[in-house]
Structures are given as structure tokens and as C-alpha cells.
Design a protein around this ligand. Structure first.
Ligand code: G6P
Length: 627
């Protein structure tokens, strides 16, 4: 989703801005742009193509400068078009928006301004000209209107009028060595320059954008406004000031962050998604490494007291992370015997619910920056549920900072928009949480603990065996590529796995796919079953196997074609209309972690056969930092 980079320096910062955008590219975007202070004017280049194309454009246009901002945009207000791409310039009264001479404020923005209509009407009445359909342009004009020779002051006054979520970076034609940033509801970090004798400072929506430039990072907090100049910075906050609406100076700690140095090499793989599917043995191994025995302290200091106090679990997440939570509910209720509910974050935050103070609120997030999940967490806390824990892949993310307890998965940076290794590592973390809660609640004997730990250790090897099924899955994928619909079935804790399989297929191959608990088939989806409808089924050898077999007969009787991932001892055999791929042997409760892998491979190879942009599926973003 949208990304921001900004810089004040004594060297040409355009290469740094472009490199920063490249590091943020994997999040998904549909246009990009850069603006600098050059020869006393604002200069910019914008593109609806890739950052590489923008790079060519800035070189051709000779866009260079010591102060500037850059952006990747994921369209919310206004189509993905050059005139809607950021940076936006102000066009004050008397300034002709369509001539070469732009206004004096340049601005980039992540988030959504909810009162943009109201502000636009007021600014239009004052003579401001709008050249885009974005909510962002309103902020540029508003700052221009409030500007009285001090950009920091104008930004502070402007933010007091904004409703919604934002992270912004702004500079002004009349103050060549200054960039101002502000955040409320969207992440923004300040990077302190580290070059010898450096006087430069940076802004970014994610520390990763500054990898290789600086590792000295300040995570700005909600309500912060930051003034970046050569050799100095200054932060003020609107929150915590004695008088509402006033700003007060604040100190924020500088952290040394080992940001990943950008997109990893693809190696022998065609796409990052394929690489990430194949990294799962390593990722799950790393996530569980060092776990010799189960203890609540794996989740942070004070976890024992929290786990002892709670009576129920509430899981909040979006997308694939939500399906990880849905799987964990089965584990938590059957192994730890603790009542668990799982909610889609964007729904939970807006519905009336009944809070219980003895709830462990668990958020699950790959990025740790998903706006809906963060808002749902804050909502739960505001309802009086103080016990918070996150399962997250980014140790420096807002989610980890917001939660009291955390388990960091070690999937490594996930580039493919469709989540794979993040999912299986989340499941590994959630299984550990289940065992820790079971232990504290007296539902885990030493023998059970030893058996579970042994099975977890075996996971990398078991995953490797599942990955060896790839050639068989490719054969199926060639057939799937010609379909327009698919149905996925699972039962029990494999129902969320069927949901995840259907999500993967629709995300990257654009085939319409739905998942159902197999027992629900006869209540509706059976009407869709014809010879043209492939029905993918996850068939582990569990207590529901015989029931699942009956459901499969219901499909066969209607001429439906079955594609079954079956455990060795299920006695489901290939026959006309039934295709079977046999899963390697594995350990009962962990089987969702293994069964999801062939579904990832099926989606991946089907998408390849259809020739879609696998790592950057249309309309989707990696980190969804807006509502
Ligand atoms: C986006 C991504 C999904 C991800 C979801 C939640 O939709 O494309 O892959 O599952 O956001 O993201 P999170 O970072 O919170 O896990």
C-alpha cells in the first residue's frame, strides 16, 4: 500500500528517494512520484508505471535536489492516474495550476482524510484550484492557506483541522532545507543521518525504506509533528499537551534498527511467492527455534500472570491472518479448553460487542501495520480489555509496540502480496500459545508437552516432504487454469485451511473460489456442482474423515470433479472423477500447517499457467495501512 520517503540533505537525495520507493514496492501500488526543491522551485515527476520507470523519468527530466519527498500510491480517492499521483502541489489563489509554475507546498500522504469534502468546499471558496480527485490535495492547499513563513507551524495548524488517518511529508518552496512530517493513524518514522559529518535527516513510512541509508530510527507516535532540518530535528505532539489543540515538545527514543536491506534475491525461483512457499521449512524452523519446552514467558515478561488471569480469548485479524486465527480457535478450545472467538478486525471495531475484562486479546498480523487490526486492538482496549498479545512478523511494528505481550514469527520479509510463509509461521506461533495456555490452565501433561514439542521440531522435515508434491500439483494446475470457478471443502480445523486455499486461488489467479465446511454443502453450494466445477478437498485422517467421505459422495453423485489432498491411510483412491494427491505422514494437530502448502502451490501454479502478475495481483496491497 502507499509508501512515503522524504529527505533533507546536502547531497542530491533523488537516488535515496527512488531506492526507498523500490524497497516499499512490494507492498503494492498503482502510481508513484517524487518532488524536490530545485533552483528555487518545486519540481516533480510522476508515473502510473513502476518505480523503475519513474527512475528513468527523473533522470530524463534532470530532477535533482537536496530536499524532497517521494511516494507510492494505492488508489483510494480518484483513479490510478498521473494527475492523482503524489506528490501534490498547492495551487493558491492567483497561481495557475496548469502552467509550469507550481505552487509553494509539496505534499505526500498515506491514509484517508474523512472531512475532505468539507475542507475542499471551504478552500475552493477561497480561490484554491483542484487538479485531482484525491483527498490529499486538500491537505496541500490547507497548509498553503495557513502558511505564514513557518512550515512547521502551518502543518501543526492544518493537522488540527484534519479528521481521519494520515502520515504526511511536506516541504515548501520558500524554505529549501526543511521537510515536515506528521502522523495520526498511519505509521511514519524519522531516520537520523549517520554518514560521517552528516547533517541529513529522513522520513519514511517504514524503516525498511531507509535500509542502507541509516539504521538510527525514531518511531513517531500518534499526534506527532516533526520538523526536519539540516543537522537537527524537533518533535512536538498534540497528544498529552496540557491544553487541547496545543502542541508540546516531546523526546522520542532513537533505536538502532537492523532493517532488512530490501528485496531478497529470487534465486532459482520464478516469483517471490514461489520462493516464499519453499522457504517455509526454514521459516517455521526459525520461528520455533530455541523452544525446548513450553513456558508462558515465550510471549514476554509477565505472561504467566496474564494467562492465569484470563477466562477467554478474542482473536482480531484480517485476510490470511484471520484464517490463521480461525484455525487457532480449534486448537485453543480443544487443547487449552479456553473459550475463543475470532473476529474480522474491520467488523469488530464497528460493532457493539460485550467486553469481558478477563479476555486475552490476540492480534495476528504479518506486517504489524494493518490499520483495521490496530484500530480493533485499540477498540478492545478502550472497552476495558487490557490483556493484549500479538503474533507478528515485524518486531519493530506498531502492533508489537501497542501490545503488552508478543511472539515474533521469523518468516523473514514476505514480498509476495499473497501471504504464505507468514501464515504457516503464524500457525506455529499460535500452536505454541495454545500449549502455553493449556499448561497454565492445567491441561498439558509433561508427556503431552514432550510429544507436541517433538512434533513441532519435526515440522521443517514434514514441510519439505509436502513441497516434494509440487510436480503432481502442477499437473492439476494446468487443468485449473481453464476453470472460472472452484469450490474448496474442509471440515473441523481444516475448514479455515480450505478458506485460505480459496483465498489464495482468487487473489492471484482471479478464479472465483469459495470455501465451505463440507457438512454445509447440502445447504446451498451443492446447487453449483456440475462437471465444470472442480471441488478441492482437504482430507486428513481425523475423526471427521468418514463424514467427509459422505460429503465427497454427494459431489460425485452430481457429476462434480474432486481433487483431494488425502492422508495416506484415508483409503481415498483415485478413480474416474476423483483425483487424489497423497499427503506424507504427519502428526495430527499440526496437520493444518502441512495441508495448506499444496493449496498454496495449486494457486501459484494455476496463476502462472494463466499468466497473471503473481507477486503483485491487481488491486491488492501487501500492507493495508488504510481502512
Ligand atoms: C493484505 C495482504 C494479505 C494479508 C492482510 C492482513 O490484504 O494482502 O496477505 O493477509 O493484508 O495483513 P497483516 O499484515 O495484518 O497480516
Amino acid at each position: 500500500m502507499c509508501g512515503i520517503v522524504g529527505a533533507v540533505s546536502q547531497r542530491n537525495i533523488v537516488p535515496i528517494l527512488i531506492e526507498g520507493l523500490k524497497r516499499l514496492e512490494y507492498r503494492g501500488y498503482d502510481s508513484c512520484g517524487v518532488a524536490v526543491h530545485q533552483a528555487g522551485e518545486l519540481r516533480r515527476s510522476r508515473s502510473t508505471s513502476r518505480v523503475a520507470e519513474l527512475d528513468t523519468l527523473v533522470a530524463a527530466d534532470r530532477v535533482e535536489g537536496f530536499t524532497g519527498i517521494a511516494h507510492t500510491r494505492w488508489a483510494t480517492h480518484g483513479a490510478p492516474a498521473v494527475h492523482n499521483a503524489h506528490p501534490h502541489f498547492s495551487h493558491g489563489p492567483g497561481e495557475d495550476a496548469y502552467t509550469a509554475r507550481p505552487g509553494r507546498i509539496a505534499l505526500v500522504h498515506n491514509g484517508i482524510i474523512e472531512n475532505h469534502d468539507e475542507l475542499r468546499a471551504e478552500l475552493r471558496a477561497k480561490g484554491y484550484v483542484f487538479t485531482s480527485q484525491t483527498d490529499t490535495e486538500v491537505i496541500a492547499h490547507l497548509i498553503d492557506q495557513l502558511y505564514d513563513g513557518d512550515l512547521f507551524d502551518a502543518v501543526k495548524r492544518a493537522t488540527l483541522q484534519l479528521k481521519g488517518a494520515y502520515a504526511i511529508a511536506v516541504f515548501c518552496r520558500d524554505e529549501p532545507h526543511r521537510v515536515v512530517g506528521a502522523r495520526e493513524g498511519s505509521p511514519l518514522v524519522l531516520g537520523v543521518g549517520t554518514m560521517e559529518g552528516a547533517t541529513e535527516n529522513f522520513l519514511a513510512s517504514d524503516a525498511m525504506a531507509l535500509a542502507g541509508v541509516t539504521d538510527q530510527i525514531i518511531y513517531l507516535e500518534e499526534g506527532d509533528v516533526v520538523d526536519l532540518q539540516l543537522g537537527k530535528y524537533w518533535i512536538e505532539s498534540a497528544h498529552g499537551a496540557e491544553v487541547r489543540g496545543r502542541y508540546a515538545r516531546v523526546e522520542r527514543p532513537v533505536r538502532t534498527v537492523q532493517a532488512h536491506t530490501g528485496a531478497a534475491e529470487l534465486g532459482p525461483y520464478r516469483h517471490y511467492m514461489q520462493k516464499e512457499i519453499f522457504e517455509q521449512p526454514r521459516a517455521v524452523g526459525d520461528t520455533l527455534s530455541g523452544v525446548e519446552s513450553i513456558t508462558p514467558e515465550l510471549f514476554g515478561d509477565g505472561a504467566y500472570a496474564v494467562f492465569k488471569d484470563i477466562e477467554q480469548v478474542l482473536i482480531l485479524a484480517c485476510g490470511t491472518s484471520y484464517y490463521a486465527g480461525s484455525t487457532a480457535k480449534y486448537w485453543l478450545e480443544s487443547i487449552a479448553k479456553i473459550p475463543t472467538s475470532v473476529e474480522i478486525a474491520s467488523e469488530y471495531r464497528y460493532r457493539d460487542s460485550v467486553p469481558h475484562p478477563k479476555t486475552l486479546v490476540v492480534t495476528i498480523s504479518q506486517s504489524g501495520e494493518t490499520a483495521d487490526t490496530i484500530a480493533a486492538l485499540k477498540h478492545a482496549r478502550a472497552l476495558g480489555m487490557p490483556h493484549t498479545l500479538t503474533i507478528c512478523n515485524v518486531a519493530t511494528s506498531a502492533m508489537v509496540r501497542e501490545c503488552k505481550l508478543a511472539y515474533i514469527t521469523h518468516a523473514g520479509v514476505e514480498i509476495g502480496v499473497a501471504s504464505t510463509k507468514a501464515f504457516t509461521t503464524q500457525l506455529a506461533g499460535l500452536f505454541l500459545l495454545t500449549l502455553a495456555l493449556a499448561q497454565v490452565r492445567g491441561h498439558l501433561t509433561d508427556e503431552q508437552e514432550a510429544a507436541h514439542v517433538k512434533a513441532m521440531r519435526h515440522l521443517p522435515v514434514a514441510l519439505q516432504a509436502v513441497l516434494a508434491l509440487e510436480p503432481q500439483v502442477i499437473a492439476w494446475a494446468e487443468e485449473f487454469a481453464r476453470k472460472e470457478n472452484a469450490l474448496f471443502l474442509g471440515r473441523g480445523l481444516h475448514y479455515p485451511i480450505a478458506l485460505e486455499g480459496a483465498l489464495k486461488l482468487k487473489e492471484i489467479s482471479y478464479i472465483h473460489a469459495e470455501a465451505y465446511p463440507a457438512g454445509e454443502l447440502k445447504h446451498g453450494p451443492l446447487a453449483l456442482v456440475t462437471a465444470a466445477m472442480p471441488v478441492v478437498t482437504v482430507a486428513p485422517n481425523d475423526t471427521l474423515l468418514e463424514k467427509l467421505k459422505s460429503n465427497l459422495q454427494e459431489v460425485r453423485a452430481r457429476g462434480g470433479e474432486l481433487f483431494v489432498f488425502a492422508d495416506a491411510d484415508t483409503h481415498i483412491e483415485s478413480e474416474p472423477g476423483i483425483h487424489v494427491i497423497r499427503m506424507p505422514e504427519h502428526y495430527g494437530p499440526l496437520s493444518p500447517i502441512l495441508h495448506v502448502v499444496p493449496l498454496q502451490l495449486l494457486a501459484y501454479h494455476t496463476a502462472c499457467a494463466r499468466g497473471t502478475d503473481v507477486d503483485k495481483p491487481r488491486n491488492l496491497a501487501k500492507s493495508v495501512t488504510v481502512e
